[in-house]
Write a protein that binds this ligand. Structure first.
Ligand code: ZN
Length: 438
């Protein structure tokens, strides 16, 4: 058996344990499906018998393994933690993570649809809804890391600290919906102690974990900046609704606890809001879903550009292992692609109810009356993550195309005004502009 740190061993060789607890907070909604349909939704979140949110220990060890795998010098450790099929004599993983059970405070519903890539319209019969865990909820990850020496423990603690920095960057998530920005975590607090397995007093602590307080603000990590073996690029894009424009990502389902704000006249459609846990309860917040931004501002325009350059792009009919740039960049039904976009909360949101009349184009008679809630102003910060490690050969091309697009979204660019639009009724509303990006 090799003497390298992190090598998987038989239990009898472990002498010390790093025994600890890390408190994360959900930065974005968590989609952790139970595989069963919900009462009102097409999917439901994983719950324990008492109705609390249940996160399997495997979810945590997989997250830590993926975050550690992004660092330099962690190959042996990552192999030992799992998913290495090249070694036959692996022994037991040195990292053990406990399942988490957490108060839910109430779930949220995330509507979705499939947009036809040929027509840009919603596919008929392809509307669905997922139950998700709202952001803001604290989640504790309790773990034991078994080692032969205190030096191995020190090495692991240092690598773990850097892995937490990677997790905080948002490049690795828990649950599904990586591309749509789900399951991102903020690191808040951690405690740990070294247990000596030769002492019975230490052994008795092994499966008991203290409750760690969640501070108001995330703690600063004390470790050195991570050296990345698998790089990723994070874009922070400041955007706003163009002057004099209306914008809305619409939903038919209002927040039932805030209906009173509309008085006695309810519109037919509402600005999309998500719930966020504020420490006491769930409160509504206006956001532009990452999924919508990814589709309307990034994937559709870049696909159009690729097609007009004469590149062969598939029409999503047989997506299996498609090699076209569009599928490599944005994924398809079978794979996630290289780009993730997080939900963008809207600040200075100015909702307004707009009444519209649809006239018959022949007789000019009234055909329909609409009343919808729109935003007449607002700013938002879009977080885009580009994971070069998922497809290194495509990374440079995608980066170039994305950055050119972000520049085109600036009002100073040479693009026709209103070229890039977002949300409902985008033939006449939804102009957005990028004020700055880095
Ligand atoms: Zn394709």
């Amino acid at each position: 058996m090799s003497e390298q740190s992190g090598q998987a061993l038989y239990m009898s060789e472990y002498k010390y344990v790093l025994h600890g607890s890390v408190v994360f907070s959900l930065r974005t909604g968590l989609m952790i499906r139970s595989g069963k349909p919900g009462k009102l939704t097409d999917s439901s979140i994983e719950r324990s018998f008492d109705g609390k949110l249940h996160i399997n220990g495997y979810v945590w060890s997989s997250l830590l393994r993926r975050a550690l795998a992004r660092l330099k010098g962690t190959e042996e450790l990552v192999k030992a933690i799992g998913k290495d099929t090249t070694q036959t004599n692996q022994g037991v993983s040195p990292l053990w993570c406990e399942a988490t059970s957490s108060e839910l405070y109430g779930p949220d519903v995330r509507p979705g649809n499939k947009v036809s890539r040929v027509w840009g319209a919603v596919c008929i019969g392809a509307v669905f809804s997922d139950e998700i865990v709202p952001p803001g909820i604290p989640l504790a990850c309790n773990f034991n890391y078994f080692a032969r020496s205190e030096e191995e423990i020190k090495n692991f603690a240092d690598q773990l600290c850097q892995a937490l920095d990677v997790i905080r960057s948002g490049i690795e998530n828990i649950g599904s919906g990586w591309s749509y920005g789900h399951g991102r975590l903020d690191f808040f607090n951690a405690i740990s102690e070294i247990l000596d397995l030769k002492k019975s007093s230490d052994r008795s602590k092994l499966w008991e974990f203290p409750k760690v307080a969640t501070p108001e603000k995330p703690y600063r990590l004390a470790c050195k900046k991570p050296e990345m073996a698998k790089p990723c690029t994070r874009y922070t894009v400041k955007a706003r609704i163009a002057d004099g424009q209306l914008l809305a990502v619409h939903t038919d389902m209002p927040m039932l606890d805030s209906l009173s704000q509309y008085g006695d006249k309810l519109p037919a459609s509402f600005v999309y809001r998500r719930y966020k846990f504020n420490g006491q309860k769930l409160a509504p917040e206006i956001v532009i879903p990452g999924r919508t931004i990814r589709q309307a501002l990034l994937s559709a325009p870049l696909e159009r550009k690729l097609r007009s350059q004469g590149q062969k792009i598939c029409e999503d009919t047989k997506p299996e292992e498609c090699q076209c740039s569009r599928c490599q960049w944005f994924g398809n039904t079978d794979s996630g692609g290289m780009i993730a976009v997080l939900d963008a909360p809207v600040t200075n949101a100015a909702p307004q109810i707009v009444n519209r009349v649809q006239l018959c184009e022949h007789s000019l008679q009234n055909m329909n009356l609409f009343s919808g809630e729109y935003l007449k102003g607002g700013e938002f910060t879009i977080e885009i993550l580009l994971d070069e490690a998922r497809n290194p050969t495509q990374a440079a091309a995608l980066k170039g195309a994305l950055e050119a697009l972000l520049n085109e979204l600036k009002p100073s660019a040479n693009t026709p005004p209103g070229w890039y639009r977002l949300g409902a009724t985008a033939t006449c509303t939804g102009q957005v502009e990028v004020t700055d990006w880095k």
